[in-house]
Design a protein around this ligand. Structure first.
Ligand code: NDP
Length: 486
């Protein structure tokens, strides 16, 4: 067994001793070994962190010039890159994420800091010359104390879709990472502090969502919450945030369609749509979990897809050959297997996978084989609920109009991909599908420059890009009434 990582809370620039006997134990999802212990935080510990963030917000930090903040963010980015191997190994073993993907997430985190560093120097307002005697400026200011609540699928990646932008605009933050994957959040707090972030500007309290998460969201001293996770928890957060009318950004679930038209390059498309569902073993908010295929090519396309799915290497996430790692934990694996059973019971045709992968030495891990259902009707449970596993529902369509109707027939609106070589069709369909991100002949790529977020029950607000940084600011109007010329 490797060394077990043990953390305390990170509050006001210091490690604050937490009770070890109540620590949350994290076991490796691929082999069951104990790998980390995180503090099981209390509401009082959360209040202490909020108090530190509040004090820091009334200190020097919001007065730093954009140039100074930008330099610090670049230094944090440099240190993240210097720690690439270690952070990626932690991320891979805690999430069960293939190591190449974990490395990509860490590099992506560094990239967000670089982009936010650039944006902070170019966050401009407006000037209005309204009258002879009246002019006004509109400026952006930090919101204040911001709570960041993150999920387990991309711990450092999702944290860094939020944190650098919150810091770039002069806010102070309290982070509540997932109880399953807290290590890289603590590591990043230490890195940021060593790079020169003043005490209290970034605080981390780990623990359960209904205790420390709820204390963070309900606090009247917190001005904004940015949350990524399930739609169910998103609704609870909206309610809890109502007390002091805090600003809320939500990045929630999805049931994203990949729409394949008959003229598409079928080989490239088969690889692309399989990647869209199997990337991160399907534990991804933008997973292409509904595959809409034109009737003209349905059978041929499904055949290619099944052949490719059966070749995907399932196994040890630290092995660079691995494409499919374990599910995050046993309960989640059971939930995914339960949905597979519902698919069978409701009459969908299981054409590959559908079971746990228990080949030795992976029998102690929570692996689910890539699973494909055909003959799926969009009203079936497996086409409606977010399963968050490698389970693909293949749905047939006969016309472009029908494809658009099915694509939009979902409570979600996070993303969609369109696979076609016809430019006119691509643009036409992209405009009609109600989702925050549309990919043409691709799925999954994200860049700091591009805003990300959902329509409908997939969320509120946007992260990343100019929209993302602006969402961590308040807008203030200052009017100048000039004296009459004497
Ligand atoms: P949750 O939405 O419950 O968890 C996300 C984060 O919110 C975690 O840090 C969690 O804490 C915290 N949280 C939970 N309850 C509260 C609360 N009342 N107040 C404040 N914070 C809270 O997701 P789960 O981990 O339970 O996953 C369930 C499903 O959610 C998945 O199967 C998937 O469908 C979806 N999901 C979507 C994600 C996305 O990227 N959009 C990411 C993860 C999950 P705790 O550590 O206690 O869990």
């Amino acid at each position: 067994m490797g060394k077990v990582r043990v953390y305390d809370h990170f509050i006001n620039g210091k490690w604050v001793k937490a009770k070890e006997d109540t620590a949350i134990l994290r076991h490796h999802p691929a082999n069951g070994e104990l790998i980390a212990k995180y503090p099981n935080g209390t509401a009082q510990e959360m209040e202490q962190a909020i108090e530190a963030a509040k004090e820091a917000f009334h200190g020097e930090w919001p007065e730093w010039s954009p140039k100074e903040r930008s330099r610090l963010l670049l230094e944090i980015s440099r240190r993240i890159r210097n720690n690439l191997d270690r952070l990626a190994e932690i991320e891979s073993e805690e999430v069960g994420k293939p190591i190449d993907l974990a490395r990509g997430d860490v590099m992506g985190a560094a990239d967000h800091f670089e982009y936010a560093a650039a944006l902070t120097r170019d966050l401009v307002g407006e000037t209005h010359l309204l009258d002879q005697n009246l002019s006004a400026i509109v400026v952006r200011e930090p919101v204040g104390v911001v709570g960041l609540i993150t999920p387990w699928n991309f711990p450092i990646g999702i944290l860094c879709q939020k944190l650098p932008y919150a810091l770039a605009t002069g806010n102070t933050v309290v982070v509540k990472p997932s109880e399953f994957t807290s290590s890289t959040t603590f590591e990043l707090a230490a890195i940021a502090y060593e790079a020169g972030l003043p005490p209290g500007v970034m605080n981390v309290v780990s623990g359960y969502g209904n205790v420390v998460g709820n204390a963070l969201v309900s606090s009247d001293d917190v001005d904004k919450v940015s949350f990524t996770g399930s739609t169910v928890t998103g609704r609870k957060i909206l309610e809890a945030a109502a007390g002091n009318i805090k600003k809320v950004s939500l990045e929630l679930g999805g049931k994203s369609p990949s729409i394949v038209f008959p003229e598409a390059d079928l080989e490239r498309t088969a690889e692309g749509v399989l990647h869209a569902i199997c990337f991160m073993q399907g534990e991804c908010c933008v997973a292409g979990s509904r595959l809409l295929v034109s009737d003209d090519i349905y059978d041929e396309f499904v055949e290619r897809l099944v052949e490719k799915a059966e070749q995907l290497v399932i196994g040890d996430p630290s092995d660079p050959e691995t494409k499919i790692g374990p599910m995050i934990h046993e309960k989640h694996m059971e939930k995914v297997l339960h949905y597979i059973q519902i698919g069978i019971d409701e009459g969908a045709k299981l054409v590959t996978g559908g079971t746990r992968h228990v080949d030795k030495p992976y029998d102690a891990g929570y692996f689910v084989k890539p699973t494909i259902f055909t003959d799926v009707d969009n009203s079936m449970t497996i086409a409606r609920d977010e399963i968050f596993g490698p389970v693909l529902s293949v749905i047939r369509f006969k016309s472009e109009e029908e494809a658009i109707r099915i694509a939009n027939d979902t409570p979600y609106g996070l993303a969609a991909s369109i696979w076609t070589t016809e430019l006119d069709r691509a643009f036409r369909v992209a405009k009609k599908v109600r989702a925050g991100t549309i990919w043409i002949n691709g799925h999954l790529n994200a860049y700091p420059e591009l805003p990300f977020g959902g329509y409908k029950a997939s969320g509120l607000d946007r992260e990343m890009g100019r929209h993302g940084i602006e969402s961590f600011t308040e807008v203030k109007t200052i009017q100048f009434h000039h004296a009459e010329k004497r």
